[in-house]
Design a protein around this ligand. Structure first.
Ligand code: G4P
Length: 523
């Protein structure tokens, strides 16, 4: 272990924001970047947002690549800490991408619209975060609008998500009547609109505003005091251990749009969120982040981010050691050596060559086709392999072929690259070798088709074969006769056989016919 490295690692805070579309993820990200000094005006990130656009808008934006690279990873320094925000696509058709990104963070921030409470996408993403056992920080957003009762919102965390919410601050009024926040953690009032010359903060004495302050008579404030008393009696007590274990979530109220409560949140977050910790490797060993040898895994691959350069970048979460240019590593999957000559890190609007990256940081490696999602890389002699990343089982399938048979080469190239990127899953018909694509959402197919044309000059013909249930079968159990009109026998990109059933009924029929054969949902 090396002390200098250990000290650097301690300053890293790597997280992702999870939320339902429209809760305010983009707006709060933008405020955080403003606070970090990496952008100068609001609206910068907003323009990059890809989440809620109609397909055509999304594609237009994607076309102006370069934007998405910077929104994939955002980095800034704040109060001596290095913050890495990993962006997650907002659209649910791309949730697979989001799930993988969540494997590369040490904490999550959950943004909730205070008028809507917990929404479906938040619930889904929370489940993943919970499985990882990482800390979750909650930001109840849009306080400048009338929303639900704060007590309700906090109770809902427990009722719907099963996580204890502990209030770090509490609204004084809401919407039109919002006056500010009662900041429990810092024992002060944070005013929403301080009068000219008035300080933004009023320090509390014994939990109360001094009597000579006009706020002391404010009816909203009086109500808040009542609620705070209730919380003290019945609410959860802040417990740092429970927060770090992901069992309790600190709750912050605020309004991202009016930049209210965001800085208070960020300060607490930076203070409470964990620095990178051990990773599990080789099945059951622990790897310390300050281990001398560099290691990491690829959680995302993105091709053609810059149309001028036609490049491809593999995003690596550094799990131990320090990255330096020209580092020689081994790719665990193949055992082959790779020299990491060309790597970038991400600043607000540009990519810059990596100056320094330690455990917790993300580096982007220019890739010429070496890497696949989930790949582990390591320096040194000891082989290090990180656990496999979760894969979604697709539910929608399409048969795909090139429109122009003379353009097989570009078709195969595009297909290979986009599949390696994880944009869609590829299967081949067991008998005919025809290409079949699988995806979680329709939009993935549309983006695939669009990118094939624009980036690889390959127009593709796609025919839907509809919804299917994908089930893997052990190769030794497979008898090609099992393939019938009610299922489609295919192989995945590793050559493993699986059946695509038309529906659950067809699957049951199969089970009845072959009771001794076990089919699995995942490989
Ligand atoms: P998302 O990334 O989670 O999908 O949400 P985003 O930040 O884009 O916010 C969704 C909408 O909610 C935007 O309005 C945004 O301005 C608004 N919003 C975000 N935070 C707050 C807040 O604290 N208070 C209020 N009142 N609104 C907030 P929009 O009308 O969809 O977009 P725009 O026209 O304002 O850009």
């Amino acid at each position: 272990m090396n002390k200098e490295l250990a000290d650097k690692v301690k300053t890293r805070r790597t997280f992702a924001i999870i939320s339902h579309p429209d809760a305010g993820k983009t707006t709060i990200t933008e405020q955080l970047l403003l606070l970090g000094g990496v952008i100068r005006s609001a609206g910068t990130v907003k323009a990059r947002k890809t989440g809620n656009y109609a397909t055509s808008d999304w594609m237009e934006i994607e076309k102006k690549r370069g934007i998405s690279v910077t929104s994939s990873v955002m980095q800034f320094e704040y109060e001596g800490k290095r913050i890495n925000i990993l962006d997650t696509p907002g659209h649910q058709d791309f949730s697979e991408d989001t799930y993988r990104t969540l494997m590369a963070v040490d904490a999550a921030v959950m943004v909730i619209d205070s008028a809507r409470g917990i929404e479906p996408q938040t619930k889904k993403l929370f489940k993943v975060v919970r499985q990882r056992g990482i800390p979750v920080f909650t930001f109840m957003n849009k306080l400048d609008r009338d929303g639900r009762e704060p007590l309700d919102l906090v109770a809902e965390l427990e009722d719907v998500l099963g996580i204890e919410g502990v209030a770090m601050n509490w609204p004084i009024g809401m919407g039109q009547t919002m006056r500010g926040l009662y900041d429990i953690a810092n024992q002060r009032i944070e005013l929403y609109h301080p009068e000219e010359g008035e300080d933004k903060f009023i320090p509390l004495v014994d939990g109360k505003v001094p009597e000579d302050n006009p706020m002391a008579q404010d009816p909203q404030y009086q109500d808040t005091l009542g609620e705070i008393e209730l919380l003290e009696g019945a609410g959860a007590e802040f417990d740092k251990e429970a927060v770090l274990a992901g069992e309790q979530t600190p709750v912050f109220f605020g309004s991202a749009l009016t930049n209210f409560g965001v800085e208070t949140f960020l300060k607490s977050f930076v203070d409470l969120a964990p620095a990178p910790s051990d990773h599990t490797v080789n099945g059951d060993e622990d790897l310390a982040p300050d281990d001398d040898e560099f290691s990491g895994f690829v959680f995302k691959i993105q091709a053609n981010m810059n149309p001028q350069h036609r490049d491809r970048i593999a995003f690596v979460r550094v799990c131990s050691g320090e990255f330096s240019r020209g580092l020689d590593v081994t790719l665990a999957r193949t055992g082959k050596p790779v020299r990491l000559n060309n790597a970038v890190e991400f600043e607000s609007s540009s990519r810059v060559q990596v100056s320094e990256a330690v455990a917790g940081d993300i580096v982007g490696l220019y890739d010429t086709g070496n890497f696949q999602i989930g790949d582990s890389i390591y320096a040194g002699k000891r082989k290090l392999e990180f656990p496999a990343l979760p894969e979604f089982t697709p539910e929608l399938f399409m048969r795909v072929s090139p429109k122009n048979v003379m353009k097989q080469k570009s078709f195969h190239k595009g297909m290979n690259q986009l599949v390696q990127e994880g944009a869609v899953q590829l299967y081949r018909n067991y008998q005919t070798d025809d290409y079949i694509l699988g995806a979680v959402g329709q939009l993935q197919f549309e983006v695939f088709q669009y990118r094939m044309k624009n980036e690889y000059n390959s127009e593709v013909e796609m025919t839907s074969i509809g919804h299917r249930v994908a089930r893997w079968i052990k190769p030794e159990d497979l008898d090609p006769k099992m393939s019938s009109s009610r299922n489609l026998l295919v192989k995945d990109r590793f050559g493993n056989p699986l059946f695509l059933f038309e529906n659950a009924f067809a699957e049951r029929w199969f089970h009845d016919k072959y009771p001794d054969v076990t089919l699995t949902e995942k490989l």
